[in-house]
Design a protein around this ligand. Structure first.
Ligand SMILES: [Zn+2]
Ligand SMILES: [Zn+2]
Length: 177
């Protein structure tokens, strides 16, 4: 993940470990956290990433050699985690992508359409503008999403060097008379 000093995320702290927080949410809905769901939550919150259900299944596979976790269980757990406000769901290029909402600072994204990279950033300036616009409309802000699509620096370098080599190969060749 690319880091920027001026737009870096502000760290936050949480009181409860994710599995416990999720357990309480399920309890309030009259459900309980099963061992499978605990396993899923622990995997999901083991590191911050943007992932889809297939990628999560892939990571869970070695942990599930004996205890099988079905695809519907994973989908249900993901939906419940979104409902609990612990995961955020985004639709990117027709894919449902998830990331941590719980224990992770709010942020926005730059999305590279060429390599699918997501760059996270946080801008106080952007929030200031958001709040000013909301105030103008007497609007209560609950959150926002800014999603900037484009081409990342690495892909742009690749594109320009590919274009340069294409120009090179198009140069007329001179054969001696
Ligand atoms: Zn890229
Ligand atoms: Zn993110």
């Amino acid at each position: 993940m690319s880091k920027s000093r001026s737009f870096s995320l502000r760290p936050i702290r949480v009181q409860l470990p994710p599995a416990e927080r999720f357990g309480r949410f399920l309890q309030s809905a009259g459900k309980r956290i099963t061992r499978r769901k605990r396993l899923i939550v622990e995997q999901v919150f083991s590191h911050h990433d943007h992932f889809d259900a297939d990628e999560l299944m892939e990571h869970l596979r070695p942990l599930m050699a004996r205890r099988k976790v079905s695809r519907p269980t994973v989908y249900r757990a993901l939906a419940e985690l979104v409902e609990a406000g612990m995961l955020r769901k985004m639709e990117i290029g027709g894919r449902n992508v998830y990331e941590h909402e719980y224990g992770y600072p709010s942020h926005d994204h730059l999305y590279c359409q060429s390599c699918n990279q997501l760059i996270e950033f946080d801008s106080a300036e952007l929030e200031r503008i958001r709040d000013a616009v909301a105030k103008e409309y007497k609007f209560q802000v609950l959150g926002h999403r800014m999603f900037v699509t484009g081409i990342c620096a690495k892909c742009r370098r690749k594109q320009s060097s590919a274009a340069a080599s294409q120009r090179q190969s198009k140069k007329p060749t001179f054969s001696p008379p």
